[in-house]
Structure formats: structure tokens, C-alpha cells
Design a binder for this molecule. Structure first.
Ligand code: MTE
Length: 316
């Protein structure tokens, strides 16, 4: 794990002992299907009951082991190897204070600290989400953060804004693979249509398993969009911009026929090089368990209306 002294800003929000205690409650509670009441007992602010529609229950899939979710990572700025990210990330001295610049079509253009954002969009909530990578592996992870929609409301995009774009931290001095792959269109960028960004499932996360995000998972602040392939969930965000046009994104620039802007999880539309019909559960077993992939990663009921009338084959 990353040396937590390196990420002091989060100590403001993450009382270590409380979060550790809550973390164990969380896992225990999960097995008995009574997650939310127990978490509430841990004296941390938790989702309103309405959010229970989004939780993963034990009739669904088991929670991924923390050790797996924090050591099998995609963070290309560090390494192309999943198990190569964590050892490099642990050496990264996460800038403190972390600044997030807000720009584009908004009156609220300025630089914010994480503290500012939590004051604007908090309190922090915990959400247990399925997470499906475009590479066809998946996990179930408890994130701590706030709904992106709450932040957007405070940032007051102009009516001409139709998209929100995110940019990752990209100092080549800190990230060996930015130097190693200079032909990639760094920095890592992602974006959402504004109505997608305002969906209550879209989360800005600062924690995972009840602890501050370790560097390999996108410290200190990242996006989590559970109905889309994992590459939309951009890590280590330093810029948020509101735009009128669809913003350019890293993977879409590299291979537009493989990585669409929408990137909604869809078992009916294969990646040009592999099937998306099933996924491998990240469970550390020698012979991986494969399960059927669900449309919109199982969040179809919640998000399908965002795409009503759209040809999902064309807008993949
Ligand atoms: N964000 C940045 N900045 N760089 C990356 O390489 N990889 C994406 C996404 N966000 C990536 C990123 C991909 S492909 C996935 S699957 C998820 O992060 C992985 O998140 P995890 O390592 O926390 O599981």
C-alpha cells in the first residue's frame, strides 16, 4: 500500500481508525446482506436509502479482495503491466496540496483543493459497485466519494455546456511510462455527456475499502462510472472542464474503432479483438471464473433511459 503519510490531505476526511473499523464491518456485513445499517452504525455519513438500489447484494457477486483490487491495476502512466503499477505507484510522492483546475463553460473557473470539493459536494458516501474493464475482467469494489452531479451543480456549467472533460495528472518526471510511451497522446483524458455525468451513479471517489485511494487506484481523486468500461473511470484528476463539443479522450484517440466515447458495457457488441459476452472475475484463482456480462454492467434499469433512441452499435 502507498505510504499514507504521502497523502496527508485525505487524513482530513479519512479517520484511519474509523475507516479501518468500518472496513471490517463492511466485509462482515456484506456476507449477511445488511451492509447499510451496520455502516450507519459506524458513525460515518452514508447514502440515503434510495442508494440501496445501487448496492451489490450477496445474491449478486462477492466483494473483490482488497489485496487484488489494489495490486492488479491499469494505470498506464506508470506501467503497461498490471502488477507493475503498484510497486512504482508506491514510490510516487502525491503532490500535496492537490489542485483541481475547473475551466471551460462555467462562471466558477478556478483552482480547487480536495477540501474545497468535499465542502461543496460532500458528505462522503460509500458505494459498492461492479467494475468491468474493457479487457473483460471485473471486480466488485467499495468506493468512498460523492456524486459527480453534486459537484457539477456547484460548478454551475453554462447552458451551452454539453459535456464534462477530465484530465489526469501527467508530470513525466513522476510517471515512467509517459517517458516510455511518448507516442501516446498524454495526458490521460476522459469525458462524459453532461446528462451521463449528472446521473446519480457517477461518483467522484477519494477512497476505496474505507481508506484513502492508494496511488495505484488513482490517488487522490478519481472518477467511477460503473455502467461503463473501466477506462472511462479516469484516475488522479487535475482538471475538470465543461465543453460544448465531445472532448477528445486518450483511448479514443489511440484506437477509435476499439474504444468509443460512450464505452457503455455491452455484451452484445464485441471489441474488434475479443468478445465482450463474458468476463473473468478477479478472484486470484488459478482457473478464473467466467460469468456472463450484463448490459450496462447490470445497471440497465438505472441508466438505459440516458440512451433511449440511440444506436448503441454506432455509439459504442
Ligand atoms: N486513469 C489514468 N489516468 N490512467 C490509466 O491508465 N486506466 C483506466 C482507468 N483509469 C487508467 C485510468 C482503466 S483501463 C481501468 S480498467 C481503470 O482505470 C482501472 O482502475 P483500477 O486500477 O483502480 O482497477
Amino acid at each position: 500500500m502507498v505510504d499514507e503519510n504521502k497523502i496527508t490531505p485525505q487524513e482530513v476526511y479519512f479517520d484511519r481508525r474509523k475507516f479501518l473499523a468500518q472496513g471490517s464491518l463492511l466485509v462482515g456485513a456484506y456476507n449477511f446482506g445488511s451492509l447499510w445499517p451496520l455502516k450507519a452504525a459506524a458513525d460515518v455519513k452514508y447514502p440515503a436509502p434510495a442508494h440501496s438500489a445501487f448496492k451489490v447484494t450477496d445474491s449478486d457477486r462477492p466483494m473483490t479482495k482488497e489485496e487484488l483490487a489494489t495490486s492488479y491495476n491499469n494505470f498506464y502512466e506508470f506501467s503497461l503491466e498490471k502488477d507493475g503499477v503498484k510497486p512504482l505507484a508506491e514510490k510516487w510522492k502525491v503532490p500535496n496540496p492537490w489542485k483541481i483546475e475547473v475551466g471551460g463553460l462555467t462562471e466558477e473557473k478556478k483552482s480547487y483543493t480536495i477540501d474545497d470539493l468535499v465542502k461543496m459536494a460532500g458528505p462522503l458516501e460509500e458505494r459498492v459497485y461492479r467494475f468491468r474493464c474493457v479487457e473483460a475482467w471485473s471486480m466488485v469494489v467499495p468506493w468512498t466519494g460523492f456524486p459527480l452531479a453534486k459537484l457539477i451543480a456547484k460548478l454551475k456549467p453554462k447552458s451551452s455546456a454539453k459535456y464534462v472533460a477530465f484530465t489526469s495528472y501527467a508530470n513525466p518526471k513522476d510517471f515512467p511510462n509517459i517517458q516510455g510511451q511518448p507516442h501516446y497522446p498524454w495526458p490521460y483524458r476522459e469525458g462524459l455527456r453532461l446528462d451521463e455525468a449528472n446521473h446519480p451513479l457517477a461518483l467522484i471517489a477519494m477512497g476505496i475499502y474505507g481508506k484513502p485511494l492508494p496511488a495505484q487506484n488513482g490517488a487522490p481523486i478519481r472518477l467511477v462510472v460503473p455502467w461503463k468500461y473501466g477506462f472511462k473511470s479516469i484516475k488522479s484528476i487535475v482538471k475538470i472542464e465543461f465543453t460544448a463539443e465531445e472532448p477528445p479522450t486518450l483511448w479514443n484517440k489511440i484506437a477509435p474503432d476499439e474504444y468509443g466515447f460512450f464505452a457503455n458495457v455491452n455484451p452484445e457488441i464485441d471489441h474488434p479483438r475479443w468478445s465482450q459476452a463474458t468476463e473473468r472475475i478477479l478472484n486470484g484463482k488459478l482457473f478464473p471464473t467466467r460469468i456472463r456480462t450484463l448490459k450496462f454492467n447490470g445497471y440497465e434499469k438505472e441508466v438505459a433511459s440516458l440512451y433511449a433512441g440511440m444506436d448503441l452499435k454506432k455509439f459504442y
